[in-house]
Structures are given as structure tokens and as C-alpha cells.
Design a protein. Structure first.
Length: 318
């Protein structure tokens, strides 16, 4: 499928091309999401079972209150130990982060193959093959979240200082806390969008490393934060529906991932026509091709032609 870029950031066309690219690959996409859901669910259940042996899978799935209470009462003595529970919670968090990074890396690499019509890499077997990059994905996930944590520290410190200085004035404390929390949310959303293309950069060229991928994400999203924010918002209806009907994520997650692969292909160095690798190579003149649809060739092998460059339009007008 081919389309013309009719706007600076062709969000609607990126999404429509994602739906087109996924045709014929939905079976693999649904299997991938089912595997992720099952392993995530069973992993959480395994942690719960370790802490509370009396909890059955049925109790865990359907949350039977009385049976859960009985399981807690029948749990091991150490289950009521705050230090032990905190340690197990930390272990669970670390395992969850590692598994999330590994799966995210494999999913984005698979989605990149779908978006770029590399049919030999869009099978379920190819998806499992991408787990060989799992360590890189886990490190990327940790690196991103560490930086997000760093950005929350000034706000956390400010809330602590204000709480200490405000004394008994609850009104001032409440207003100040609300303002700081809103500011923190804005900053976290902004930084999250800046970092959002890091996995896609790694999927294009895993050899660049997590630090370079994060820097590239920051560089290439500059000037497009609002575009990407609106693109995320465009999926809000689907995400709300997913919260009400979890099976809907089998459709939404592959659709979103391939759509944002197209966003990265638009933003990345070299534009849509860039190959799978090459992000670690800097042009000899030190310049970096602008990530704009205006710089893309008109006959792109991926079927994503661009508008002519501004100077070309001027020549045509003459």
C-alpha cells in the first residue's frame, strides 16, 4: 500500500498503514499477545502462590473474597513479615521489569518486520527468535525507567520540604502538593514521550546500545512531542475498551505497536527509506538527515512515498 504524506506528521496515515500491514498477520499477532497475557498472569499468580500457598488459581482469577481471606489466614508465618513481603515484592518488581523489557523488544522487532513488509520475519517462530535480543530489551527498559525515576526526585523532594515547612496549615500544604503533583505528571508524560522511540531505534539497529537509543529517541522526538501525544490520545478509546474487555488488547496492542513503528520510520535518521541498520554510523560531514517526510524518496520500496521537498515545489511553481 502506498500513500502520500498530506501533513507534517501523518498520524492517520500511519495508523491506516498499520492496519493494512497487519492483514495476513493477525493469527501470529493474537498468539503473541495471548502468550504475553498468559505468562504475565501466571507469573503474578506464582508470586502470590509463593506468599499464600492456600490461594488457588480460581481464587486468583475471580477474586473470591472469602476464599482469599482463608488463604491469607492459612499462609506461612513469614507471610505476615513486612520485611519478607517487601523483599518478595522487590523480587517480583525486578522480574516483571526484566520480562517486560524482553517481551517489548521482541514485540517491537516483530512489529517492525510487519510494518516494513519483511514477510520472512513476521512469523511466530521469528518472534521467538527475537528473544535473542532480550537482554538488550531488559537493559533498555531499566535505563528508561531509571531516568524517569530521576525526573521524579526533584518533585518528591519539593513535596517533602513543603510538607515540613507548611506545618499545620493544611490548605497551603494541599494546594502546594496538588500543584507539584500536576507539574510532575506533565514532566513525566513529556519525558515518557521523549523516550518512547528508544525501543524502536533498538529494533532498527540493536548494535547502537541503550544509551545511544535513548539519545536518538530524545533527538528525533524534538518538535514532535505534541504530535506523539495526540497519537497516543487517538488510542484512548481503545484503551478504555480494553480496561472493560481485556480480550480487546489482542487487537489493540499489535495495532498500536505497528502504528508507532511507522511513527519511528517517519522520525528516524534517513526517514522512511532508511534500512534496518546504520544508526550507529554518523555521516562524514557530521550532519544528520532531517527526519521529515519531505526528505523521503518518491519511489520508496516500502510503499511510503513522500511529498516533494520545499525547494522542489518552488521550482515546480516557476
Amino acid at each position: 500500500m502506498s500513500f502520500q504524506f498530506s501533513e507534517a506528521f501523518p498520524r492517520a496515515q500511519m495508523k491506516s498503514d498499520a492496519r493494512e500491514a497487519l492483514r495476513g498477520h493477525w493469527l501470529a499477532a493474537i498468539c503473541i499477545m495471548l502468550l504475553y497475557s498468559v505468562f504475565s498472569y501466571l507469573g503474578t499468580y506464582a508470586m502470590m502462590k509463593m506468599m499464600l500457598p492456600g490461594v488457588s488459581l480460581t481464587d486468583f482469577m475471580f477474586g473470591s473474597g472469602k476464599l482469599m481471606e482463608q488463604a491469607i489466614e492459612q499462609g506461612p508465618a513469614w507471610a505476615s513479615n513486612p520485611q519478607t513481603l517487601a523483599f518478595l515484592g522487590l523480587v517480583g518488581l525486578i522480574v516483571g521489569i526484566l520480562l517486560s523489557g524482553i517481551f517489548q523488544m521482541a514485540l517491537v522487532m516483530w512489529a517492525s518486520a510487519v510494518a516494513e513488509r519483511r514477510s520472512d520475519e513476521t512469523t511466530l517462530g521469528a518472534f521467538f527468535g527475537f528473544f535473542s535480543y532480550g537482554l538488550t530489551g531488559a537493559l533498555m527498559f531499566i535505563w528508561m525507567n531509571l531516568w524517569l525515576l530521576v525526573w521524579t526526585l526533584p518533585f518528591t523532594l519539593a513535596m517533602g520540604v513543603i510538607g515540613f515547612l507548611a506545618g499545620g496549615n493544611d490548605t497551603i500544604t494541599t494546594v502546594a502538593m496538588v500543584v507539584i503533583m500536576v507539574a510532575m505528571m506533565v514532566v513525566i508524560i513529556w519525558k515518557s514521550i521523549q523516550y518512547s522511540m528508544a525501543f524502536y531505534a533498538l529494533a532498527q539497529d540493536p548494535d547502537i546500545g541503550v544509551r545511544r537509543a535513548l539519545r536518538l529517541s530524545i533527538e528525533r522526538t524534538t518538535g514532535h512531542i505534541w504530535d506523539l501525544f495526540v497519537m497516543y490520545l487517538s488510542f484512548i478509546g481503545w484503551l478504555i475498551l480494553t480496561s472493560l474487555l481485556p480480550p480487546v488488547q489482542l487487537y489493540v496492542m499489535p495495532y498500536m505497536t505497528v502504528s508507532f513503528v511507522n511513527a519511528w520510520r517517519f522520525l528516524r535518521p534517513g526517514g522512511i527509506d532508511a534500512g534496518r541498520t546504520g544508526l550507529s554510523v554518523t555521516p562524514e560531514d557530521g550532519s544528520d538527515q532531517a527526519a521529515s517526510g519531505l526528505d523521503m524518496p518518491e519511489a520508496d520500496p516500502l510503499g511510503l512515498p513522500s511529498e516533494p521537498a520545499p525547494q522542489d515545489r518552488q521550482e515546480e511553481d516557476k
